[in-house]
Ligand binder design. Sequence first.
Ligand code: ATP
Ligand code: MN
Ligand code: MN
Length: 301
Amino acid sequence: VLETERAVEKAASTEPSVKITNRERVIDPEGGVTKGRLADYYAEIAPIMLPWASSRPISLVRCPQGRAKKCFFQKHDAGSFGDKVHHVGVTEKDGHEEPYLYVDNADGLLTCVQMGTIEFHGWGSRIEDVEKADRLVLDLDPDEGLDFDKVRSAAFHVREMLAEIGLETFPMTTGGKGIHVIAPLTPQAEWPMVKDFALRFATALAQAQPDRFTAALSKAKRSGRIFIDYLRNQRGATAVMPYSVRARPGATVASPITWEELHTLDKPSHWTVADASELIERASAKALAGWGRADQVLPDV
Ligand code: ATP
Ligand code: MN
Ligand code: MN
């Protein structure tokens, strides 16, 4: 493990060397963010993003003409990204293998940005063994217009419920509407077990407090409640990576936070692409230093 961490550190400290074309192209009209600024953000943030985003299958939200135009979600690719973006073969349901993308350094991230990527999403497992989850994520998806206070208190509730069964969790803003409550896992349990755990957890939460929570995906049934999106915890599902920019107004970013900070956080779209330096400073501060790290496995419940 130490060796892997050292390799990640070394890769992360290398200056990216990817040529970015069309630096002046506007990617986010609301924030006036250009492709060049987006690339600069990822180059700067790479050292703190790569420990999370590297060496796991990733999906990209690509918006070659900017977020106001057509975007698409890309899971695999046979080689158009060149040699800085790598492939890991993953067996699909029908038995054939698909080349999923992964990166392992800043050049990999920057190559994706050069190809029009705004968002980076990742599997909850690493390329060494894609069948074993290294995180559980409870994605809190509030109904349209629901006050953030309710999302905040829901996140604390999820934290408490998971703590009761022995899982330490860490919150992350999504840069969108909600919060992700993340439990790091030592890779051991495989996807069917992880999915079953997440489903049972979400269902129990919704049954205990049906006026606050729902475990049903249907937006029509959400009415004033928070959908506990447990579906991030199945084979092939992704969640937005820490420090990924979002293809949303203002080029907001997903950001790790402490539970303490969540008490006073105004909104999950608090940080943007303009905050790279602040995010880097925060990441090395004591409060966030241990974020996302815990040596634990799924409890047997
Ligand atoms: P928010 O806080 O606004 O909900 P979010 O990142 O949690 O932000 P969701 O809409 O809840 O956004 O999406 C959950 C996850 O589903 C995304 O993070 C992404 O990994 C995955 N996802 C999004 N779009 C697609 C897609 N087109 N195909 C497959 N998976 C997707
Ligand atoms: Mn969500
Ligand atoms: Mn969701």
